[in-house]
Design a protein around this ligand. Structure first.
Ligand code: SF4
Ligand code: SF4
Length: 170
């Protein structure tokens, strides 16, 4: 073993001595929580539209989106969350905020779950449920021209377009 390797522990000891004590006796002492600290995420149900962008970006699948004919359901299971904040970065409506909450131990698994249900709106022509109301409101805010056809499902819109084109061709 070289002299450099032999002296390495002493070098580390001197660095640690200079740094001093950097840990606290948690839970008896409060840990340092900076504004940048990332804890459990909070989803604002009044802003979420059920687009699923957060679930697509979530590395450990702590956020999952499922869709049935009637509704879109967003599930957040904090037990899988790695507190990376990707979901908040990609959410187009700013519905996700990152809280400082980190003391999440519980004996009830349900306390670790957040479930949001967005019911689908029905098409004014055929009555088929096709998109969440908030999603349609979001599109309307971005594309004002969409006002004319926003309440129609994609199939009815397509058929209307085909009819218009075929009438013009006659
Ligand atoms: S990205 Fe935002 S708006 Fe879309 S489902 Fe997630 S929380 Fe809701
Ligand atoms: S903070 Fe990261 S791991 Fe947790 S829900 Fe958001 S994207 Fe998923």
């Amino acid at each position: 073993m070289t002299l450099k390797k032999l002296l390495k522990p002493f070098k580390l000891l001197s660095i640690a001595k200079k740094a001093g004590v950097v840990t606290v006796l948690y839970p008896y002492q409060k840990p340092l929580i900076t504004p940048e600290f990332r804890g459990k995420i909070v989803i604002d149900s009044t802003k979420c539209m059920g687009c699923g962008a957060c679930a697509n970006a979530c590395p450990p699948n702590a956020l999952l989106i499922t869709e049935s004919n009637e509704a879109v359901i967003l599930n957040y299971f904090v037990g899988r969350c790695i507190f990376c904040g990707r979901c908040a970065d990609v959410c187009p409506t700013g519905a996700i905020s990152i809280s400082n909450e980190f003391e999440l131990a519980t004996t009830n698994l349900d306390n670790l779950k957040t479930i949001l249900v967005h019911r689908h709106r029905e098409c004014v022509n055929c009555g088929r449920p096709f998109a969440t109301g908030r999603m349609l409101e979001y599109v309307l805010r971005k594309v004002h021209m969409a006002k004319k056809y926003i309440n129609e499902c994609p199939d009815c819109r397509k058929n209307r377009f085909i009819n218009i084109v075929s009438i013009r061709k006659r």
